[in-house]
Design a binder for this molecule. Structure first.
Ligand code: SAM
Length: 169
């Protein structure tokens, strides 16, 4: 019995930490109140397409969909979380997609207008070149990027609220 719990514990820790293997953050969800701050900060609305880079359990996308965004896209490297978030968001079928992939190896949807991310300082160091490399195929000329916890080095914050910083690219 003890061995079973030990194995289960190890599996859970490994599952939570999969993001770290890809140089990103482990799964730590943003609290609901803070997600609301992020959505307020970006002034998200019905014309927006939101992308969560490392979407975890899909909670950010879920609240954005409740606010009526046009479409929501999550990139999530952890298969368990990708599966869980699809289940969690099933009532919004047709208005979201979860891509089980490393976002650094993927292109953003061309109609992206808002990006949310809760990652590590290591990711934040790589994010500016990534976002600039995406600009040429994005239709929106000023994409709002909300970052929780860490800031983008060398980039001016447009507005801040709580632990959230808003940038424009
Ligand atoms: C701190 S959690 C944030 C989860 C969610 N965005 C939220 O705020 O509640 C970071 C998530 O990013 C995922 N992740 C880390 N690196 C990634 C990468 N390169 N590509 C896709 N997902 C990644 C992790 O698996 C984890 O679920």
């Amino acid at each position: 019995m003890v061995v079973l719990w030990l194995v289960l514990g190890i599996l859970i820790i490994v599952a939570i930490g999969i993001g770290v293997l890809f140089g990103g953050a482990p799964f730590v969800p943003t609290r609901r109140a803070w997600i609301k701050q992020a959505l307020d900060l970006s002034r998200i609305g019905k014309d927006d397409v939101i992308v969560d880079l490392g979407s975890g359990n899909g909670a950010v996308l879920g609240l954005a969909l409740e606010r009526g965004v046009k479409y929501a896209v999550g990139y999530e490297i952890n298969p368990g979380l990708a599966f869980w978030s699809r289940l969690h968001l099933r009532r919004f079928r047709g208005r979201f997609s979860i891509r089980m992939t490393d976002f650094f190896r993927s292109d953003l949807p061309p109609d992206t207008t808002v990006i949310y991310m809760f990652q590590t300082s290591g990711v934040m160091r790589r994010i500016k070149p990534y976002l600039l490399s995406q600009k040429s195929h994005l239709r929106c000329k000023r994409v709002r990027v909300v970052c929780f916890g860490f800031s983008i080095p060398g980039e001016a914050v447009v507005r801040a609220l709580g632990g959230m910083n808003l940038y424009e690219f």
